[in-house]
Design a protein around this ligand. Structure first.
Ligand code: ADP
Ligand code: MG
Length: 147
């Protein structure tokens, strides 16, 4: 069973607030973390990753790797691996591509959108960020850290 030592929840009112909150959250990252981003299409998962990238000192523009499945950004204080498994229907597809080998790498973090599509490949000790749409621009963001 998991302990749940950290559980943070806020409501943001625009994408800038979501990015700023993600930037604050990213200060806690030391490398080796896997961050699962849960939420519908357009919830703000990719914008959350943009805020993380800003804290890491990554200058490149972050775009959702919907077709590439995986983008890697180096040059920040930690390497950022950003995954989007929206188009993956079978975890075997991701495993054949070796994508799960990036999870938990030291000196890097993994941010995963649509991780439920590869559930059996996910590590046990993930940080789960859930983003729920409350309105046109209101988002409830919940961070649960499982250690
Ligand atoms: P996802 O990756 O979850 O599909 P994106 O981050 O790509 O979502 O897009 C989120 C969309 O919602 C963007 O168009 C963004 O401008 C908009 N948006 C509106 N309000 C917010 C908010 N509070 N936080 C994040 N995104 C927001
Ligand atoms: Mg996205």
């Amino acid at each position: 069973m998991y302990n749940l030592p950290m559980n943070t929840q806020i409501v943001t009112h625009n994408q800038q607030q979501t990015e700023d909150f993600a930037q604050q959250f990213a200060k806690t990252l030391v490398g080796g973390e896997t961050i699962l981003l849960n939420g519908d299409l357009g919830a703000g998962k990719t914008h959350f990753v943009k805020g993380i990238a800003r804290e890491l000192g990554i200058d490149e523009v972050i775009t959702s790797p919907t077709f590439a499945l995986h983008n890697q950004y180096e040059g920040g204080r930690l390497t950022l691996n950003h995954f989007d498994f929206y188009r993956i229907m079978d975890p075997d597809e991701a495993e054949i591509l070796g994508l799960n080998e990036f999870f938990c790498e030291q000196g890097a973090i993994s941010c995963i959108e649509w991780g439920q599509n590869i559930a059996e490949l996910l590590p046990h000790d993930c940080i789960v960020v859930t983003i729920e749409k409350l309105g046109e621009t209101e988002r409830q963001i919940t961070i649960s850290r499982y250690l």
